[in-house]
Design a protein around this ligand. Sequence first.
Ligand SMILES: [Zn+2]
Ligand SMILES: [Zn+2]
Length: 705
Amino acid sequence: MLSYKKRFLNQERWRGFFIVGALIFAISQSQASTNKAYEFYLSGDITKSADEYLFNARLNPQNIMPLLNAGIVYKQLGKYENSIKIFRQALDINPDDSDILCELGWLKFHLAEYQDAAELFEKAIKNRPNHTRSLLGLGSVYSHLNRKVDAINYLKKYKKLRPDFSGIDYIIAWDYVNFKMYEEAEQYLIEALRKDPSFIEARLPLAGIYARGHKFNEAWNQYYRVLDYAPKHPVASKMIKVLEGKLTKQPEEIRPPFKIKGPPKLAPIDALKELDESTKVRVGIGTNNTGAQGKNRILKFKSFEGFKVIGKRSGKLYASAKPDEIWTAIYENNRVVLKNPENKIYGKFTGPILVEPYNPKNGYIIFERIKNSDNTWFRNSDRAYRGIMELYPIKNRGIGIVNIIDMEIYLLGVVPSEVMSYWPYETLKTQAIIARTQVLIRKERGGKHRNQGYHLCDSQHCQVYKGVTAERNSTNNAVVDTQGQILTYRGRPAQTFYHSNCGGHIQASKDVPRWGHISYLKTHQDLPKEKQKPMDSPWEFHQWIMSNPPSNCNFPPATSSSHFRWIRIIKHKDLSYRINLKYKIGKLKEIFPLKRSSSGNVNALRIVGSKKTVTIDREHLIRNVLGFGSVKSTLFFMETNRFKDGKIRNYWIYGGGWGHGIGLCQSGAAGMAGKYGKTSGEILQFYFPGTKLSKIKYIRKNKKK
Ligand SMILES: [Zn+2]
Ligand SMILES: [Zn+2]
């Protein structure tokens, strides 16, 4: 008996070892398979990724994650039937999981199977009454089932849970438009635009509603604002012309232009004396979104102190203007023609001339707005700049404008153009340091504008610079306090790239085509180190981008959460038109993200047309193709919505962040200082780990003791 028991025990032990061993083997095999599947997902082998996740699901029949991942991978590919089959399997394991019910609901919704979708969302909400994405789904389904009151009720419940998300106002408005309830739609569109003025997809229907209701002045104003963000928008350009004859007010009354009436009211900067004689920088003024000079056929300018005009090469004094006199420069036969206020010609120049205020320390040149300028920069607003203005003819284009200015003085106009002057002071200092470093990088390497004759442009392409009118006391102090400070890596200025809002995950430069491998531009979550958790599956990414997760840059006191999370619904025919402007693909059949960075950013977009298939892999081209005035970022998930007959109705794009997501997140920097009291030094180390804060020694040529 004893020996039997002993033998039995031994057998049991061996069996135990075997089970544990097999388990370890299975786990490591399963882990390897998961890693492989995710690798396929990121690198563009999407079908292989789904296969691998399904293989993994068979290895672990009780583990739900491989199924969820496979389901999302098929969804990304647009294969909704496969996706539904897989999520049904997952639901067999966890029948009450609201996330799965909700996902199934959305797939059914996009396939126009509204009754099924409604049941799934209802069940998800029964289990979790505040399940936001199900509330959005149920509202959207009811709208298609023509249950108007219910639809709006559920969408409003969602709005209560995410009150500062402009996307929900937009969707509610979208439904009201479908119900032909235009007054209600108008209110919600106005609210969406209050939260996000750059939301042109909301501005267009608002303009349409105004035009419909014969509010022509308001409609005109909205179309005009669309053109601010998307200068060539076809509908807005056409409607502006149509409406012009119907206005009851002058355009200037509807949209009062910005006039500069006197010198800015700023506290004197004691250190301004010290600030000049830094390095000189050349800045292209009034440039477009690629940083090229605008078409300036005519410029009007003045100075409160008077100015002189000097030939750049000859050094000859051509003209002296009295205070407040408005002079004109006209582009004619590839020359700049200079005229005084009485229209007397003071010269026709084939080369550059310099316009210099009489009081170079505190004086500045003001460009008056030009009502019919081809350059939107000068159309609605006067612009004022410190330093010297260089004007020169650009063949067959117009007058080029370059601001020649001390670097530190230039930064006074950059910092408040790039961040809000009311943001935490440490963030303003951080911005001053990285903007200064950018100048040195571009000066040193010649930069992108070498052939255009300037170091930096004044648009988002390099860094935004709105001159002296943008200056505020807080940002001026931040520039003075950090005077000469830059970020270096191995003794050279560091590549301090920055963007408005990363959406919660910083992207590594090496993950983005043509950005290069820069060791301190790493990928990481925009969260304090101790709160970072790896996110390495399609399902997690999908849930994350559709929700409102914590992040340094999810910080409503400083920055609108409409930049952190956004949504766009684009009609099939609009997207098809938009793509065909540049890529002649014929009829749009499929569009889906092909490759992603580990941050989730799309770095290749596949577009299948009836004539050809294209893959777009450049960051700005991906953004440009998805919207007029481009979508905010490449961090997004797309859904395709169909009619009952299978034809595509529209695309839903759920996005996060604004900008390229590399380097420093400006909203995140505001959050780090505002939420956690971090200093500029700590913020810089977080976004550019391994770099060093250094100080430039300016050469002072004429310094007297
Ligand atoms: Zn530029
Ligand atoms: Zn961020």
